[in-house]
Write a protein of this length. Structure first.
Length: 98
């Protein structure tokens, strides 16, 4: 493995990209009034939950090597909760990656 975290680096980058795309897709569907928008979001949450142990273990291993993880379980949870609960400024947050 290199500075990208070895074999787990590409997985976390791919996961981060896929999660971001799906959450953006769900948000766009919600804004467009699609009554099934939440299904995309739920499927994304399930997918992340399915590999959560791997994500947390990988984050820990990367941190021990001084490498920043591309995808953070706590960061993802904060993003989702901020969007669902209105965010820090009291408005509905973005479901995007930032």
């Amino acid at each position: 493995g290199g500075a990208d975290g070895g074999a787990d680096g590409p997985f976390l980058r791919a996961l981060a990209g896929a999660v971001s795309r799906r959450l953006e897709e769900a948000e766009a569907a919600r804004v467009a009034g699609d009554p099934s928008w939440w299904k995309i979001r739920e499927a994304t949450l399930l997918a992340v939950g399915t590999v959560d142990d791997f994500i947390v273990d990988t984050e820990r291993a990367l941190a021990e090597r001084g490498v920043h993880a591309t995808f953070s379980a706590p960061g993802f949870l904060k993003l989702v909760l901020d969007a669902d609960l209105g965010g820090e400024d009291g408005t509905r947050g973005s479901a995007g990656s930032r």
